[in-house]
Design a protein around this ligand. Sequence first.
Ligand SMILES: Nc1nc2c(ncn2[C@@H]2O[C@H](COP(=O)(O)OP(=O)(O)OP(=O)(O)O)[C@@H](O)[C@H]2O)c(=O)[nH]1
Ligand SMILES: [Mg+2]
Length: 541
Amino acid sequence: MTQQVDHHSITNLQREVARRRTFAIISHPDAGKTTLTEKLLLYSNAVELAGAVRGRKNQRHATSDWMAIEQDRGISISSAALQFEYNGYYINLLDTPGHQDFSEDTYRTLMAVDSAVMVVDAAKGIEAQTKKLFEVCRKRRIPILTFINKLDHPAREPLDLLDEIEKTLGIPTAAINWPIGDGPSFQGIYDLEKGQVLRFSRTEHGQRKSLVTVSDVDDPALLALLGESAHQTLQEDVELQTMAGGSFDKELFLAGELTPVYFGSALNNFGLEPFLEALIELAPPPKPRILSDEVTLVPESEDFSGFVFKIQANMNPKHRDSIAFMRICSGRFHKDMVVHHARLDRDIRLTRPYQLFAQDRVSLEEAFPGDVVGLANPGLFTIGDSLFTGKSMRFPPLPRFEPEFFALIRNKDTSKHKQFHKGVEQLEKEGAIQRFFPAYDSHVHPLLAAVGKLQFEVVEARLLSEYRVAVDIEFLPYIGARRVLCESQQLASIKYPSGVVCVEDRDKLPIVLFSSEWQGRRCSELNPDIVFAPFGIAAEH
Ligand SMILES: Nc1nc2c(ncn2[C@@H]2O[C@H](COP(=O)(O)OP(=O)(O)OP(=O)(O)O)[C@@H](O)[C@H]2O)c(=O)[nH]1
Ligand SMILES: [Mg+2]
């Protein structure tokens, strides 16, 4: 009897794993990730009317840019997780910020997904940040689908764009469809596999799905429909593409060695339907993962495991609490389950798990590998925490970036002392900023460090909007940090060149801050027995 039940639950687990699709949308800023996210929600019926990044008066904001500062500036600042069902599939979509100052968040999010969608602006081609993120995916062999966006604007030649992807990123492409025209004459796409022309008509501000008419490429009426010039270009392009274009090979795609390419316009809802269908069909379900000790973890394992890759405070203005984003890697998860918390080395009960839809959340009863679950976080979780049942395990550490900017943050209104410190502490725990502790009393004006200057602006804006505290930021002249690796008794005898200061991180580990590359080198010369180790990975890599 028991065996039967087990067998049933395993097949159920296998079925649930097989229908999971967990992917991130990545690119250089402004290519259209958030807009594409919104339209994927529209086309999978997760929203009824699409919002916009820069919404008109009566239009709501895009779902995944839910923070006030994101809406004010029209850029994404923090990764958003969205879970929804479509056609029997269970989708976990992560919309990431493109700006390099927030790339630590994006890198961590990439550790939580099984595939990625790379968005390319059809006028700009492969931009710097897209290249960096692509390389992160390539290292982890994450399969990538490419969506070439903004065809409603004057665009570069499709062949030229494919060529650039191949040359700049070093990955073969396989165009699955082909744009018909660009700019105002962008009419639709040609499906190279099915030999069909899909023409789209615009809807008001792209809030609703657009109407599609499908014709066969040999349809004699097509000439009149497309116009002579577009018709002829299409014929020529198709001929060229058939001769020169790479064909799609699913195995290569799954190994991260080939990217299928789709064209469209997220803003105008052109090419969204075929892209969503392809995404569901091609994006892989969760795969086995390699743990810190080289053990392979299978998603269908009976034991549960997951890791925290993101913390976000104040998602719900009514509760002002903190949510830990946990990616489930194996086993079935259920509400109230007891798991082992590896860092704290103790068992905890997960009583308040949530399904996330950007800012919104609902309680959930169970979840499966591939899912990103929100956990109410009363201070138990930090980024990188491993949770499991059964045999002890640890997930590999998440990437940390080298801080390059340092500043003191001053509270302008001393009567708000408590909120100020709570805000700084919560934002630090989120990883929105790092905090260091100098030997002098830094309690009054905390010393913060970041990968990019925009992070300080975000801290300033969020302290004001979420904690009602106005602050000043005073930049310090430091340009880098190194961890000091030595025995504690050696610390007192370290010789520092002038201008270098020694501080501690939250775990009381020593760190030096320096204001020139020379000072960094000089530290090592003066103290040959001590290692001054890079802090994390440099943001440029
Ligand atoms: N013309 C045109 N504009 C688009 C299209 N897709 C997005 N945009 C616009 O491009 C701008 C940036 O779009 P987002 O979706 O915010 O881009 P993003 O990649 O999410 O940007 P970050 O998150 O800040 O990195 C917005 O003004 C969008 O309206 C498109 O297909 N055509
Ligand atoms: Mg965005």
